[in-house]
Design a protein around this ligand. Structure first.
Ligand SMILES: *[C@@H]1O[C@H](CO)[C@@H](O)[C@H](O)[C@H]1NC(C)=O
Ligand SMILES: *[C@@H]1O[C@H](CO)[C@@H](O)[C@H](O)[C@H]1NC(C)=O
Ligand SMILES: *[C@@H]1O[C@H](CO)[C@@H](O)[C@H](O)[C@H]1NC(C)=O
Ligand SMILES: *[C@@H]1O[C@H](CO)[C@@H](O)[C@H](O)[C@H]1NC(C)=O
Ligand SMILES: *[C@@H]1O[C@H](CO)[C@@H](O)[C@H](O)[C@H]1NC(C)=O
Ligand SMILES: *[C@@H]1O[C@H](CO)[C@@H](O)[C@H](O)[C@H]1NC(C)=O
Ligand SMILES: *[C@@H]1O[C@H](CO)[C@@H](O)[C@H](O)[C@H]1NC(C)=O
Ligand SMILES: *[C@@H]1O[C@H](CO)[C@@H](O)[C@H](O)[C@H]1NC(C)=O
Ligand SMILES: *[C@@H]1O[C@H](CO)[C@@H](O)[C@H](O)[C@H]1NC(C)=O
Ligand SMILES: *[C@@H]1O[C@H](CO)[C@@H](O)[C@H](O)[C@H]1NC(C)=O
Ligand SMILES: CC(=O)N[C@H]1CO[C@H](CO)[C@@H](O)[C@@H]1O
Length: 674
């Protein structure tokens, strides 16, 4: 387990490095004792190279004899095959050989992440053993894999030198002993190591007869391969229910056993490894991620704003979407045919959702793949993924003329914070290029931008509301010679709650009959409602009291006593409520006053006329006044009572009243008989 951890750290620290073509290096012992092996190599090499030449590898042949090593020959696939067929064995029949020097040279000569296959029948020379440190360091920095295929022992009694195990262990490889009859299986193993892009190789060599290896299969693991080398090796994979898992046994010889597992389900597993003696286990794991991606000439915010292939010749943004648990560590462009690899700069668009953006100018006709490396955010394990091949769009394509069709991208309802800049997008399919206009519900044209995403007829159009201050209905219209289409989106502006009273009513004194105003104004969100109360009763508009909402006022047009009293402006929304009070007073009112009469008793003979006079000296509003006799109103202020008779005798009252008060004078009439 600690070894597993070590490998994880190892892969993590070095996750970002410049990758170039991997090398496929054959290190072949060409001494006379290898004659039979070399003929087996020759008869297997064509098919092997053929099956892997499409993977991005370069071929290097490194022969070593006695005492010469190399030189390495860097070749194309077919040149490499030719060179292998030209190998001639010569030189000493000594044992041991300079195999460590050859491995070291192979590592120095090859690219990082290479496969180095060593064919020899000799153990290393004792005096070369100090090279093992150099080899270990090279393997650590290069991450190359060294597989050693041994076909003999220098003397039958000698055990395989432990030095090879050290090399294999430190170079993620294995030491496999094959006799001449089974050497061809080495080529099968080679194919499997290259055919699948293993991204984790873990070598364990410390097993004696029996070992149980626990391992976990996560959601990203797609394939695993176990290689067991030793005497009569065997392996059984057991799932967490204790059930035996079906595996594909691709090599089963008396010294090597290789099994492959595909379509694994997540969980804890156990590999029960057995052998006759000391042995070595190499575990290969392939983990891949599902990558979603798209292209646009404007930075896309979602896959909806992209096309499946880039438009060549212009700056093109690439949106890459990973599982949110993963953090992108590299994006590479692998150009088909040339094998060229381009590292792309990228930045997170929304890391929590796994959205990343890179850009590139794609070349016409150059098919490519995107190769992604990511790391798991929790345990830092490294995962890779490669997209299917993508071919840039063909410029200059024409199509039938078609009427625009407008589609919303993203939600129909959009929320924005107050004052935010908000961008809306629509997809328009039309040919020829349509005229596109964005408008809001009060007729403003919004600034917009239009990009072609799919040649020849798919456009993306973006409109911007620079300062969202109100809810709006926004329409995208597209028109060409074939017709028009439009679609509407809604913008809701989310404001923070505000409640600012701008004007509040204050006490006023209004002259009788004059106009009075009370103010009440608020800036509130959500919108607040204003209601007025007068003496605790809701004010209803009438001829005298009116509201002027524009001016935020309540208007008393014609001041009277009724209109005095306590007024309250009540401001209320879902969040807050406030009551603001003020008193209204009246001025200019005068009580009626009747000038007292000089003669209060009138005595007159029957049949004569009596002149009643009543002088109202003051009063505002103008009092109403009259003469009364025995409770009845009898006439106006200057009243002449004619031809008096006895029954007219009594007390006469003159009354003047207004809203404030009443004033009264009395005159007694006495009639004498003549
Ligand atoms: C393998 O390739 C070599 C060189 O291209 C050729 O001479 C030879 O006939 C091939 N052998 C087989 C078995 O195809
Ligand atoms: C081998 O040749 C290829 C192209 O011919 C070249 O790109 C690569 O760097 C060479 N490798 C070495 C190790 O010289
Ligand atoms: C491996 O596990 C089996 C049971 O699954 C057990 O019988 C055996 O002793 C274990 N071997 C080792 C070396 O732990
Ligand atoms: C990393 O964490 C994920 C999620 O917790 C888990 O599925 C996966 O098995 C872990 N991988 C390793 C190598 O531990
Ligand atoms: C593997 O080979 C051995 C003989 O070397 C044989 O006994 C065994 O049944 C084979 N296993 C499978 C699964 O083919
Ligand atoms: C946005 O509009 C509001 C109200 O019209 C205004 O107060 C504010 O200053 C504007 N902000 C910007 C950035 O233009
Ligand atoms: C939005 O505007 C469009 C075009 O002016 C109109 O057809 C549609 O009914 C409006 N929608 C709403 C909800 O106001
Ligand atoms: C609206 O704004 C408040 C406060 O700024 C925020 O808490 C809330 O999530 C926002 N709502 C929406 C729908 O954006
Ligand atoms: C309101 O109260 C004042 C003072 O009490 C009173 O003069 C006025 O007539 C009242 N008006 C109404 C309409 O109730
Ligand atoms: C007026 O007449 C009333 C009764 O009729 C009487 O009480 C009063 O004294 C008289 N006053 C004068 C000044 O004559
Ligand atoms: C002039 C006039 O109308 N005189 C009348 C006054 O009243 C008496 C009775 O109350 C009549 O008889 C007179 O004719």
């Amino acid at each position: 387990m600690s070894r597993l951890l070590f490998i994880f750290l190892f892969l993590t620290i070095n996750a970002v490095h410049v990758l170039s073509k991997k090398s496929f290096v054959f290190v072949v012992d060409t001494t006379i004792s290898m004659t039979d092996e070399i003929s087996i190599i020759k008869s297997n090499i064509n098919a092997t190279v053929d099956s892997i030449k499409d993977y991005d590898v370069e071929f290097i042949l490194l022969p070593f004899g006695d005492p010469d090593i190399g030189p390495p020959i860097n070749e194309t696939a077919s040149g490499f095959i030719d060179m292998v067929h030209l190998i001639e064995e010569n030189g000493g029949n000594d044992c041991p050989e300079e195999s460590l020097g050859a491995i070291k040279m192979a590592l120095e000569w090859s690219q990082p992440n290479s496969y180095i296959y060593v064919f020899t029948d000799a153990r290393p020379r004792t005096k070369d053993i100090d090279q093992i440190n150099t080899i270990t360091n090279l393997c650590e920095t290069q991450k190359s894999q060294v597989l050693i295929f041994l076909t003999g022992k220098c003397s039958p009694t000698e055990t395989i030198d432990a030095v090879y195990y050290d090399v294999a262990k430190n170079c993620r490889g294995s030491v496999v002993f094959y006799d001449l009859g089974s050497l061809r299986y080495a080529f099968k193993y080679i194919k499997e190591t290259v055919k699948t892009q293993w991204n984790q190789v873990d070598a364990q060599y410390d097993f004696l007869r029996e070992k149980n290896i626990s391992f976990a299969v996560d959601t990203y693991t797609t394939d695993m391969m176990f290689s067991i080398a030793g005497e009569h090796p065997d392996i059984e994979i057991i799932n967490h229910f204790g059930e035996k898992v079906d595996v594909q046994r691709i090599i089963n010889t008396s010294t090597a056993c290789v099994v492959i597992m595909q379509q694994l389900t997540e969980g804890e597993y156990k590999a029960a490894v057995t052998g006759g003696d000391f042995g070595m286990v190499t575990i290969y794991t392939r983990r891949t991620i599902h990558v979603e991606f798209g292209f646009s000439s404007k930075i896309p915010r979602s896959l909806d704003e992209t096309s499946k292939a880039p438009i060549p010749g212009i700056k093109c943004y690439i949106l890459v979407i990973l599982d949110a648990n993963l953090e992108l560590t590299s994006i590479k462009l692998q150009i088909a045919k040339t094998g060229e690899e381009i590292h792309l700069q990228y930045q997170a668009l929304d890391e929590t959702r796994g959205y990343y953006i890179a850009n590139n100018i794609f070349e016409h006709g150059k098919t490519f793949k995107l190769s992604i490396t990511a790391r798991h955010k929790e345990n830092n394990s490294v995962i890779e993924g490669v997209t299917p091949p993508v071919k840039p769009q063909e410029p200059g394509m024409l199509t039938e003329w078609m009427k625009p069709e407008v589609q919303i991208i993203g939600p129909e309802m959009n929320w924005a914070e107050f004052g935010d800049s908000t961008t809306f997008a629509c997809k328009v399919t039309a040919f020829p290029k349509p005229r596109i206009i964005w408008e809001d519900d009060i007729g403003n044209t919004l600034p917009s931008q239009c990009v072609l995403v799919e040649i020849p007829s798919v456009y993306l159009t973006y409109a911007n509301v620079a300062n969202a201050t109100r809810n709006a209905n926004i329409t995208c219209m597209a028109e060409n010679a074939m017709g028009a289409d439009a679609i509407s989106l809604k913008l809701f502006v989310n404001r923070t709650n505000t409640f600012n009273v701008l004007k509040s009513p204050s006490d006023i004194t209004v002259g009788y009959g004059e106009e009075g105003k009370l103010y009440c104004e608020v800036d509130a969100y959500p919108t607040a409602e204003i209601t007025w109360l007068h003496n605790n009763t809701a004010v209803v508009e009438n001829d005298n009291i009116m509201f002027e909402p524009e001016e935020h006022t309540l208007v008393i047009r014609n001041m009277d006593i009724e209109s005095t009293g306590e007024y309250i402006c009540k401001i209320e929304n879902e969040v807050e409520s406030r009551s603001l009070g003020a008193s209204v007073f009246i001025t200019g009112l005068v009580s009626p006053y009747i000038k007292p009469p000089l003669i209060k008793n009138i005595t007159q003979p029957m049949g004569t006329d009596v002149n009643f006079e009543c002088y109202v000296a003051r009063g505002s509003p103008v009092p109403s006044s009259r003469w009364e006799f025995i409770g009845h109103s009898i006439g106006p202020l200057n009243y002449i009572l004619k031809n008096i008779s006895k029954r007219d005798e009594g007390i006469y009252r003159c009354t003047a009243d207004n809203m404030l008060a009443v004033d009264t004078i009395r005159i007694a009439l006495k009639i004498i008989q003549n």
